[in-house]
Design a binder for this molecule. Structure first.
Ligand code: ASP
Length: 446
């Protein structure tokens, strides 16, 4: 077992956390003390963070294609692929519906919208009026359900890759890999060996990029916090607090139970092992950009096999967004409560359905959730309040986006452990378990 590598990774996690805390503190000081020069310095450092996001996103396409190709083609059993697919999608739908239900329960309990007075409401609504209008336009351009389903089949896989459109890319790669698995063994092995090389090289690139993560995280967080309107947070504190409470409940109860009873792992140890991924998700607000880290974490820290991780995680980054769905439930209730509109049990069931579907439709990029929220608002009859409602909550969206994206990514990793366990994989944390897998050459792992 390569202990040096393990220690280096451990340090990286601590360093990222340090970068995050330091960035938040420096940004906070600049903001509260009104140090405009420091704010300017911090904002000028932001491109360092953006460079990191671009670099890590750069490796998404090669990694997803290579890893899915190796994972699916070496499975050698198409029935198994169907089984993993069924379990994954079923699990994702169930946990998302649970997340929305938790969001509804906490907002019925705390009633965040009834604690805001009319003047604050109108001030917030007018402050973000313009920005909200542009989001509404974006939502109006959103495709219908049939169009979305059709778009899973790419007309041109290269275009899907070029546009980082993951769902059609995943679809094409699986079909292609399934075909590779049934061709003559000599040819099949040549294709698999090629993609194994691409996969291994992608992992090396990720390791290189991750070395800069602590500094990038500092730059990203410091800029966000120093720019953030703290007075805004104050007026939306209860709303933000309710979203956070809901997310924490989902994390500890839903994921805690799933990890303990379905994946049969110690939850605290699980969180400790996967911490890198939610930290990067928090800093980038993007499940897609975090995907390379999520995949590496599942394979190297949890010992999830390639066939499972390469399928469950890219799919999760695209369709599984528990944090986003939960946030949407709270946002709908908050907006309805503010305008004194009664949302009964039927409408709340509609929220469960539409928020679950909307989170599937939302891309794993920053602020995607607030655009699909518009679909949910319309579905429950809050169409007239859409623009003003979005304007109300837009000010704290960035910070909530960071938190919900961490939950989204944690949900994907939880699913990878649950599916791996259900497939009889050894993902125990015993020494020699996941760690030892790092040493297994890809060839032998097949
Ligand atoms: N930023 C989220 C993600 O990438 C999506 C959202 O909720 O806006 O998972």
């Amino acid at each position: 077992m390569d202990l040096t590598k393990g220690t280096a990774r451990m340090q990286l996690y601590t360093k990222i956390l340090l970068g995050l805390i330091l960035g938040a503190v420096v940004g906070f000081v600049a903001n509260v003390a009104g140090l405009t020069w420091l704010q300017a310095v911090l904002i000028s450092l932001e491109p360092l963070g953006t460079a990191f996001i671009r670099a890590i996103t750069m490796i998404v396409v090669p990694l997803v294609v290579a890893s899915l190709m190796v994972g699916t083609a070496s499975l050698g059993d198409l029935a198994k692929l169907g089984r993993i697919g069924g379990k994954t999608v079923g699990y994702y739908m169930c946990t998302t519906a649970v997340a929305v239900t938790i969001g509804l329960i906490v907002s019925n309990f705390f009633k965040p919208g009834s604690r805001i007075d009319e003047s604050t409401r109108d001030a917030l609504a007018s402050q973000f009026e313009g920005e909200a209008a542009s989001r509404v336009v974006l939502a109006e351009e959103a495709p219908t359900v049939v169009e979305t389903l059709l778009s899973i089949i790419p007309r041109n896989p290269v275009q899907a890759a070029a546009e980082l459109d993951l769902l059609p890319l995943i679809f094409f790669t699986i079909v292609f890999a399934a075909a590779v698995s049934v061709i003559a063994p000599k040819r099949r092995d040549a294709v698999i060996t090629f993609f194994e090389g691409v996969n291994d090289a992608s992992m090396v690139v990720i390791d290189w990029i991750m070395k800069t993560a602590p500094y990038a995280v500092f730059a990203l967080i410091a800029a966000v916090v120093s720019r953030f309107g703290l007075d805004l947070l104050q007026s939306l504190l209860i709303y933000s607090g309710v979203v956070v409470i809901g997310l924490l409940l989902h994390l500890t109860i839903t994921y805690g139970l799933a990890v303990r009873f379905l994946a049969k792992l110690n939850f605290i140890e699980f969180l400790r092992r996967i911490a890198n991924a939610p930290l990067v998700a928090f800093s980038t607000s993007s499940s897609n950009a975090t995907l390379p880290v999520t995949m590496e974490t599942a394979e190297e820290k949890l010992g999830v096999s390639k066939p499972v991780s390469s399928f469950v995680l890219p799919l999760g980054a695209t369709i599984n967004m528990d944090g986003t769905a939960l946030y949407q439930a709270v946002a709908v209730m908050f907006i309805a409560q503010i305008y004194g509109i009664d949302i009964g049990i039927t409408e709340q069931l509609i929220v469960v359905l539409t928020a679950t579907l909307a989170s599937i439709g939302a891309a794993g990029v920053p602020s995607a959730g607030i655009i699909t929220l518009i679909i949910v608002l319309n579905a429950v009859g809050l169409g007239a309040q859409v623009q003003a409602g979005i304007a109300l909550i837009l000010g704290v969206d960035r910070i909530l986006d960071m938190i919900r994206t961490s939950v989204n990514v944690t949900g994907d990793l939880t699913a990878s452990a649950v599916v791996a366990r259900s497939e009889g994989e050894d993902i125990s944390f015993r020494s020699g378990g996941p760690q030892a897998r790092q040493e297994v050459p890809v060839e032998a792992a097949r």
